[in-house]
Design a protein around this ligand. Sequence first.
Ligand code: RET
Length: 247
Amino acid sequence: NPPTSAIDITTHGSDWLWAVFAVMLLSDLIVIVWAYRLPRGHRVFHLLPIVILTTAAIAYFSMAADLGGTPVQAEFFGNRHQNQGATRAIWYVRYIDWVITTPLLLMELLLGTGLPLSDIFVTVFMDIAMIIAGLVGALVPSTYKWGYFAGGMAALFFIWYILLGPARVSAELIGADVRGIYTRSAAFLAFLWLLYPIAWGLSDGGNVIHPDSEMVFYGVLDILAKPVFIFIHILSLRTIDMSRFGL
Ligand code: RET
């Protein structure tokens, strides 16, 4: 199979990307129909997922069409001398997706906990900083990229602290039902998000795995972190009275 383009995504890789695109689009359509069957005022936890899944669908459409990536000098990877002048495809469209969708995923999780909005905003801005650090780090060809990575990790640790500390306490105060739902969703999210920096270290960071493997790694993660997370969350919300949140 000859590569379909200079940035080295194979035909096989692109079939996979179209499949992930289809999963995002189909989940999106299901949530859209579901959301508009709910009474007004009960929809917010379905409306955020619509934006999330639409954004993801567009990102995967772009990557499947071989758009949204750019070659970056990968001079320091592996054997420095052997790899002189080599490049790696950096799929920056991912980060554009994440900078929109990860704040929305956090809001999906946190808006029902009664956590003060000031805390939610700080968490969301930490998350934006984390994603931008990842993007800049990916585009930087030198080892300075690991400085951005470290900054992004610090932001992720902050997010974990909010999820496992103040937000959990806050959800507990609302009631046992909300606490149960929150704990499950938060644990799932906190675990999955840990796998993203690992994927980054192997791909955009360390150039250890081929972009095709990167696509499989992130593709599986994105399906778990978006549609699967969303369905788990909104299915469990079905059992409680959502109007209490006044959202
Ligand atoms: C980067 C690199 C810099 C350090 C850290 C990262 C974390 C990224 C995360 C991404 C989550 C994406 C999701 C997408 C939804 O489908 C930017 C890779 C910590 C946590 C949930």
